[in-house]
Design a protein around this ligand. Sequence first.
Ligand code: FAD
Length: 505
Amino acid sequence: MAFHFSLLGIARLIPAVTAAAALAPEQRSNKPLDLCRLVGAHFPGKVWFANSSEYVDSQESYYTLQERELNPSCVFRPALTADVSAFVKLVAANDRYPKNLPKPLFAVRSGGHTLWSGAANVDGGITVDMRGMNSFKLSADKKTASIGGGSNFIDVYPQLVPHNLTILGARMPGVAAGGFLTGGGKNFLARKYGFACDNIFGYEVVLASGKVVYASASQNRDLWLALKGGSNNFGIITRFDVATHPLLGMWGGIVGFEYTPDTLSVHAQAFSDWMRPENVDELSDVAIILGFVNGSFFIEDSLFYSAPVVSPPVFAEFTKLPGVTAQSLELRSVAELVIFMGSILPATIPRSFELVYAFHNPDAATYLALFQTWQAGIQQVQGVQGLQIQYLVQPMPVTNGTNSLGLPPHQPDITMVVLTAAWDNTVDDDTVTKGLQAIVTRHEAILDANKLNIGYKYLNYADVTQNPISTYGAANVARLRAVSRKYDPTGLFQTRVPGYKLPKK
Ligand SMILES: Cc1cc2nc3c(=O)[nH]c(=O)nc-3n(C[C@H](O)[C@H](O)[C@H](O)COP(=O)(O)OP(=O)(O)OC[C@H]3O[C@@H](n4cnc5c(N)ncnc54)[C@H](O)[C@@H]3O)c2cc1C
């Protein structure tokens, strides 16, 4: 495995926190500490305020309006691991803050593609924008790619295509390593290699003390496992060392169909069949998308094959379905495919809400019951201005189990559903949220009645109210809490950094 530089080298690069800064005047006068001013003095040219284009660029690049409308006091844009380490030392020093006042929060963001308000941005605190940490290095044996903690996959794929290699990353532009890899990572090759996080050899992490450590199977193994699904609860990740995999090209795209009762029925059958263990082709990936936009329903399939094979036999049941209205199935490189996927979806959306759940692959009749219940549930929300709803049915990655997610390993027949809505106005937040919750409650009742619901909520698609880490199982939650106590004894990442937190006891 390749390392860019030794950890000792990194430690020497960290600027010393000066004695003058350690005693801020605000602390002596017991007034709130102007943390942005303090951090700005330490990192000239890296701390940005609301009147700067760098601040505006950070704000505008969040995927949803709920994240864009939060206003951090300043945005810190680190370029080096040493910057992140020195920053954490500055903000963590408890003696800096008046005892009677709450300590300021700092959010960590990479691609900013989590939907809910406060996942990776913060009102009145500091947002650490990791997007400048986007280094790329391929090891001499080409088995490991080292990518910066804020890398965007759309920038990484093209660097691997000339080597006929890929890493396991996101399928849409904009999604970045920091959030995607710490939550799991559903990718094009997830039926063969599992979650992207199952394929991470090592993490360079800045802990709550500001110390930079490396976590791998042989060093800090407990932290290595915790970071595979543990989100931002243990530190700020400044580099991921990930496995590369051979990839000569991709075939696939999107197929649209007339939305009729028959189309729903044949899709229910095709998906249930494709998910069955005896039909697995590890290079194939399918999603069915039921949608409601501009007052009309639609149905689309995404079909992806991770080899340059036109119309592979595993998709036969899908490619022969009647009622096709449009299709974009082509041979492309993975980089081209992700750009294409970005061309059919907006780069940012207005208000948004999403819920996730997972279950054992049922028969076609159960899928059809879920589809029909979804359609009926749309009636509750269909009058909402600007409403777009997407019900996405796709396979859960076939994990190899080296993570903290608590899913059974090597099971190809677990389905994951994501129900997402976007709409225009705050006044409709309650209606949409309750409408989606009602659909999911009905769906989970159907699945519970058939003993199919597995209860697991995939963090990268979960709303914060679903408390995804609590679904990893009691033993994993206990291990994650122990790792937090060991590497973050003051609970900095539990109390001062928003996100999907470890469940409270
Ligand atoms: C259009 C779209 C397509 C998507 N496609 C997929 C897909 O194909 N597969 C899939 O699995 N998911 C997908 N997702 C979900 C996506 O993986 C999650 O939203 C993920 O968190 C986004 O990563 P990000 O870096 O943009 O996250 P951010 O919103 O920036 O951050 C998410 C969380 O990670 C933390 N974080 C970010 N960087 C770091 C870091 N360096 N160190 C520590 N913590 C950090 C943040 O504090 C935050 O709590 C998609 C989402 C969207 C909106």
